[in-house]
Design a protein around this ligand. Structure first.
Ligand SMILES: Nc1nc2c(ncn2[C@@H]2O[C@H](COP(=O)(O)OP(=O)(O)OP(=O)(O)O)[C@@H](O)[C@H]2O)c(=O)[nH]1
Ligand SMILES: [Mg+2]
Length: 220
C-alpha cells in the first residue's frame, strides 16, 4: 500500500529539519557555544527561569537567547531586561520552533562571541518534541501547579529532553504537589533522568542549576 501523502510530506519536513539541526549543532560545537533549549506547557515558567539564568550567568559568561512565541514579543522584552542579546521568533500558526527558524534568527550573530545560547520554545508539550534544534541540552519544565502526571501524558517530550525541571516549588504545598509521584512518573518514562527542583521566585534550586551549567561550559 502507498504511504499517504500527508505522512510523506511530514517525513520530508522532519528530515529537512534534522539536516539543518545537525549543521547547527556542528556550528555550536565549533564555536564552543553551549546551547540549551527549554520546552514546557504554556506558563510553566520558562521565561522567568531564563531571566534568572541569564542574570546569574552575566557578566562572567557571554550569554544570549532566542525565544519563540506564536504572536507576541512579550518574552523577548522581559529577557532583554537582563541586558543579554535576545531575539524573538514569531511563529504565527506554528506550535513549535524549527531548526530553520533558529538558523535565521542567528543571522548576523558571531557565535564565537558567545559562551551559552538559550532557546525558549513555544509553550507546548506535544509539537516541539519532534524538532531537533541543534541544542546540546534540552530541558523540559513542569510546574507543580500542573500536577504530577504530565510525564505519563506527554512521554515523547520527556523522552526528547535531557533534564526535567520541576518549577514553582514555592507553590508545592499550596497545591499538595506529590514530588515522589512526580519523580516516579518521570523515571518510568525516562529512567535515570536528572531532575531539578526550582523556584524562580525564591531562588531555591538555582544554585544546583548553575553548578550543572557551569560544569558543561566555561567562560572564555
Ligand atoms: N510562584 C511562582 N510563580 C512563578 C514561578 N515561575 C514563574 N512563575 C509565574 O508563572 C507565570 C508564567 O511564567 P512564565 O515565565 O511567563 O512562563 P512561560 O513558560 O515562559 O510561559 P509561555 O512562554 O507563555 O509558555 C508568571 O505569572 C510567573 O510570574 C515560580 O518559580 N514561582
Ligand atoms: Mg515564556
Amino acid at each position: 500500500m502507498n504511504t499517504p501523502r500527508l505522512v510523506q510530506v511530514r517525513e520530508k519536513v522532519l528530515k529537512q529539519n534534522d539536516l539543518i539541526a545537525r549543521e547547527l549543532r556542528q556550528r555550536f560545537r565549533e564555536a564552543k557555544v553551549l546551547t540549551v533549549s527549554l520546552v514546557s506547557s504554556p506558563g510553566a515558567g520558562k521565561t522567568t527561569f531564563l531571566e534568572k539564568t541569564l542574570s546569574l550567568l552575566r557578566p562572567q559568561y557571554r550569554v544570549a537567547a532566542l525565544v519563540g512565541d506564536l504572536a507576541t514579543d512579550n518574552d523577548a522584552a522581559r529577557l532583554k531586561r537582563t541586558e543579554a542579546p535576545v531575539r524573538q521568533i514569531i511563529t504565527g500558526t506554528v506550535c513549535h520552533l524549527e531548526a530553520l527558524m533558529v538558523e535565521r534568527a542567528l543571522e548576523g550573530w558571531d557565535l564565537n562571541n558567545l559562551d551559552c545560547l538559550f532557546i525558549e520554545n513555544v509553550g507546548n508539550l506535544v509539537c516541539p518534541s519532534s524538532y531537533d534544534l541543534g541544542e546540546e541540552l534540552r530541558l523540559v519544565l513542569m510546574s507543580v501547579t500542573e500536577g504530577e502526571d504530565k510525564p505519563l501524558k506527554y512521554p515523547t517530550i520527556f523522552n526528547s529532553a535531557d533534564i526535567a525541571v520541576i518549577t514553582k516549588i514555592d507553590l508545592a504545598a499550596a497545591v499538595e504537589f506529590d514530588a515522589d509521584a512526580a519523580h516516579r512518573n518521570i523515571q518510568s518514562v525516562r529512567p535515570g533522568m536528572k531532575v531539578l527542583h526550582v523556584s524562580s521566585k525564591t531562588g531555591e534550586g538555582l544554585d544546583e542549576w548553575m553548578q550543572l551549567l557551569k560544569s558543561k561550559s566555561s567562560p572564555s
